[in-house]
Design a protein around this ligand. Structure first.
Ligand code: SF4
Ligand code: SF4
Length: 449
């Protein structure tokens, strides 16, 4: 490994950079891989979210410069910026920034879900399919999120990750996108968006397809807070389908599946991973459970191939069943038993791949989100914070361990927690200056000055 790459990895590690658009994979580990193409993921395919496209437009030069720097340091051949073709303003800004950059190019994308899924993106850009159980570097590609690349740029200047970009949308008075300190309470974000427009509401952290419902007590007690990976906070009426569906417990889901699954297999026919060629057949897992086919282990271990995209549950199934939730439960249990994904086949996309893309307009309509589909402009809003709650687990790997205790004074950017030595994880920094109010197993709370 050359000295420049070692320095880049050290800077990114010290800054605590993790994948900002997803599960929070530590970026310093990703940058250690060898690939020929680095793909900047500007697809942002979940409805209502508006972070990446605005960053691509407003910070085009920084993103292009940093992508070029990373391509060079990693010894890759090319960098590709992906963005949906419909975002013309951002595309114009990127085209100008790309002038004279021979090894960087733009790749406009169609407007479908889930084009931002890493494996889908690699296929769309490079025409290569990631094998079952594999990752993009297996086929020479590295996918990096837009906000993550900006954090890499800051890391190269010695600045740690202390803030995150969040779109606050849905049933709020003033949808907007903000850069806020990591740990900003969700309750504060709702206020900054003018508050909910309905008396009874619930909040989803993330996008409507893959986000998670946040409990109201966690919001009221200010424990629920923005993480490095938080891209959206979606407010919806408490009786909205996207609230009631994920709220169902597994027992009810299985009961419903027994009485209502007609084996139409639409869930399988529209499953993006199935269409990419993976041996993932969501209709079969419900069939196996309904008919007690415990002897067919493949039906169960296919759960490892599910990307949690939500298409089967929230778009495909005509009777609102959820193979995704069943797969999640199976994956959890198989992992608990120490089993690993046995599926490793090379795959070839189905002929139907293109014909079964899910247009975002259809998805928005199916999800009942038309009335919330408004711009959420990136805005600067002055506000002060009484406290931030910084989760110790906001990345893939092992929870960070707090280095501070109640009463300690901290400055913004100071390291407050690190992962155990030699374990996968990321360091955490104070996102505001103040005094440590509380340290629990799950978080560090800082009271502002
Ligand atoms: S789409 Fe729904 S009803 Fe049809 S096979 Fe899948 S789970 Fe069963
Ligand atoms: S959530 Fe459903 S549609 Fe998406 S990958 Fe998993 S099984 Fe396929």
């Amino acid at each position: 490994m050359n000295a420049d790459r070692k320095e880049l990895i050290a800077n990114v590690r010290a800054a605590g950079v993790v994948g900002a658009g997803g599960a929070g994979f530590p970026t310093h580990v990703k940058l250690a891989g060898s690939v020929d193409t680095i793909i900047l993921n500007g697809a942002e395919c979940e409805p209502l979210l508006a972070v990446d496209v605005q960053l691509l437009e407003l910070q085009a030069e920084t993103l292009v410069e940093t992508l070029g720097e990373v391509v060079e340091i990693l010894g890759a051949k090319a960098g590709v910026i992906t963005i949906k073709a419909k975002h013309q303003l951002a595309i114009e800004a990127l085209k100008q920034a790309l002038v004279g950059k021979a090894n960087l190019r733009l790749h406009p994308l169609e407007d479908f879900y889930p084009v931002g899924d890493e494996q889908v993106l690699v296929y769309e850009v490079l025409g290569r399919t990631v094998p079952e159980g594999g990752i993009p570097p297996d086929v020479g590609g590295m996918v990096i999120n837009v906000e993550t690349l900006l954090n890499v740029a800051k890391a190269q200047r010695g600045q740690p990750v202390t803030a995150t970009y969040v779109t606050i949308a849905g049933a709020v008075s003033r949808p907007l996108t903000l850069e806020v300190p990591v740990g900003t309470p969700i309750s504060v974000l709702l206020d900054l968006a003018g508050g909910p427009t309905v008396p009874h509401y619930r909040v989803i952290e993330g996008g409507p397809m893959t986000g998670e419902l946040i409990s109201q007590p966690a919001i009221d007690s200010h424990i629920a807070a923005a993480k490095k990976t938080t891209t959206g906070v979606i407010v919806l009426p408490a009786d909205h389908w996207l609230v009631s569906q994920p709220g169902l417990n597994l027992g009810i889901i299985l009961q419903r599946a027994q009485s209502a699954c007609c084996q139409c297999r639409i869930c399988t026919d529209l499953c993006p991973r199935h269409l990419l060629g993976h041996d993932l057949n969501p209709h079969l897992i419900l069939n196996a459970l309904n008919h007690g086919q415990a002897s067919n282990p493949d039906a169960y271990t296919q759960a490892f191939l599910c990307s949690d995209c939500g298409v089967c549950e929230l778009y495909a199934c005509p009777v609102e069943l959820s193979p995704r939730r069943v797969y999640q439960a199976i994956k959890l249990e198989l992992t608990r038993q120490g089993l690993k994904n046995p599926h490793r086949r090379k795959v070839t996309p189905k002929v139907a791949w293109v014909g079964r893309h899910i247009p975002i307009s259809s998805l928005i309509s199916r999800l009942g989100l038309e009335k919330y589909d408004h711009p959420a402009p990136l805005s600067k809003v002055e506000f002060s914070l009484r406290q931030v709650a910084i989760a110790l687990q906001q990345h893939i790997g092992v929870s960070a361990r707090a280095l501070v205790k109640a009463g300690d004074k901290v400055e913004i950017g100071q390291i407050i927690a690190t992962p155990p030595p030699d374990k996968l994880g990321a360091v955490l920094h104070a996102s505001i200056s103040g005094r440590i109010k509380e340290v629990t197993e799950a978080m560090v709370v800082i009271a502002g000055e």
